[in-house]
Design a protein around this ligand. Structure first.
Ligand code: SF4
Ligand code: SF4
Length: 375
């Protein structure tokens, strides 16, 4: 343990920590679980082994990175948590559902336990170009595992396809050749799995001469943009491209969408990549939409608790889920639509409308689903 703590101290520059507690103070998960990230940093520095219950708390972290961003000393507590998780994964100490997700990612290229051959089933009956079949396109639409297999998120992919076609964007997909980006594996501490996927995907992109990628998931976006090394492509998230299409007048809206809408910032787009303005630009460009801002928005936004591998983990925390808090906040603002731009946020928030009894009161939609109503 001592050697491991020494490694962490150096790897994550922990000695800069002044124990100010800004990390814990800003941690959204600490609103509902006993996750004390300042204490974790401190215990690592003084080489004290964490109690077993504290190690369990590690898995409550959503890797939203608020603590990394708030630390005045440049310490990265979220990275320490990923490192600590990695040590637990090596000892085989992870929840069975998470283990299955990692095995499925290695075997089938997705964490959802689905066979690779079904990845592009959602495109059947469409005329989307498939680069794996030899079609050529300027832009690769990286669909993401969740949008490929989850029926609810497939609707988002289909809406995006309609928007791209309406704006005459020359795009294609990789069909069944597409692979998981590896983001969630990295966040649960499976760095080796991430490296394998990064290498495989980089080869694949090279083979198809891809130099522009459009993502649906902020998690793919963040990995491609910030974590893939030695690659030569540009990456855009779907709100960035849609906002640009509106600005260039390549995408025009002609139908009024009479809805009061608020927007939940996904952590991997907002906090981690400063993509705050583009989604708001889209919403305020849709005729008829009345946009209302959450009090906790942009840098202060709450997390949905879907990131950091949490889609495959049960939390023992007893408090109200953050997604439920978010839905209740939106209901109190009398909005009809809670919009977002991330598959995990969409699923967790939609589930929270059901668990809070607000299924009939409020609708959760991706911004592209609202945009498609206006063309
Ligand atoms: S915010 Fe940074 S300096 Fe302050 S307690 Fe957390 S890790 Fe230490
Ligand atoms: S990454 Fe987010 S959830 Fe995890 S400890 Fe930091 S602030 Fe809390």
């Amino acid at each position: 343990m001592e050697t491991l703590n020494q490694d962490f101290i150096h790897k994550y520059s922990l000695l800069g920590c002044v124990q100010c507690g800004k990390c814990t103070g800003g941690c959204p998960v600490s609103l509902r679980a006993h996750l004390n990230v300042r204490q974790m940093v401190h215990k690592t520095i003084i080489q004290r082994e964490s109690e077993d219950y504290e190690k369990k708390r590690l898995w409550d972290c959503t890797t939203c990175s608020t603590c990394n961003i708030l630390c005045p000393k440049g310490v990265k507590p979220a990275d320490l948590i990923m490192g600590m998780r990695g040590a637990m994964v090596e000892e085989g100490r992870l929840q069975p559902a998470l283990r299955d997700a990692l095995e499925s990612t290695l075997k089938h290229g997705n964490p959802w336990g689905k066979i690779r051959e079904k990845r592009s089933e959602w495109t059947e009956g469409t005329d989307i170009k498939n680069l794996s079949d030899g079609d050529e396109a300027e832009l690769l639409l990286s669909v993401c595992c969740t949008a490929s297999f989850d029926p609810r998120v497939q609707e988002v992919a289909k809406a995006l396809v309609k928007i791209l076609k309406s704006a005459k964007v020359n795009f294609g997909v990789l069909g069944n050749e597409e692979n998981c980006c590896g983001s969630e594996g990295k966040r649960v501490g499976e760095e080796g799995l991430f490296e394998i996927l990064m290498e495989d995907n980089s080869e694949l992109f090279k083979k198809h001469q891809i130099n522009q990628i459009l993502t649906i998931s902020p998690h793919c976006y963040n990995s491609f943009k910030n974590e893939y090394t030695g690659v030569d492509f540009e990456v855009q998230s779907h709100p960035q491209l849609i906002a640009k299409l509106i600005e260039d007048k390549k995408l025009t809206f002609s139908v009024e969408v009479e809805k009061v809408v608020t927007y939940h910032d996904p952590c991997f787009l907002g906090k981690q990549n400063n993509v705050y303005d583009e989604p708001r630009k889209i919403l305020t460009s849709i005729p008829g939409v009345k946009f209302v801002e959450f009090d906790r928005s942009r840098e202060r936004s709450l997390c949905c608790e879907g990131g950091g591998g949490r889609m495959w983990m049960e939390s023992e925390a007893r408090g109200v889920r953050l997604a439920e808090m978010r839905v209740k906040e939106a209901v109190s603002m009398n909005v009809q639509v809670l919009a977002t731009s991330c598959p995990f946020c969409l699923l967790t928030l939609e589930d929270a409308t059901k668990t809070t009894g607000n299924e009939e009161t409020i609708q959760v939609m991706d911004i592209v689903e609202l945009a498609v109503c206006a063309i």
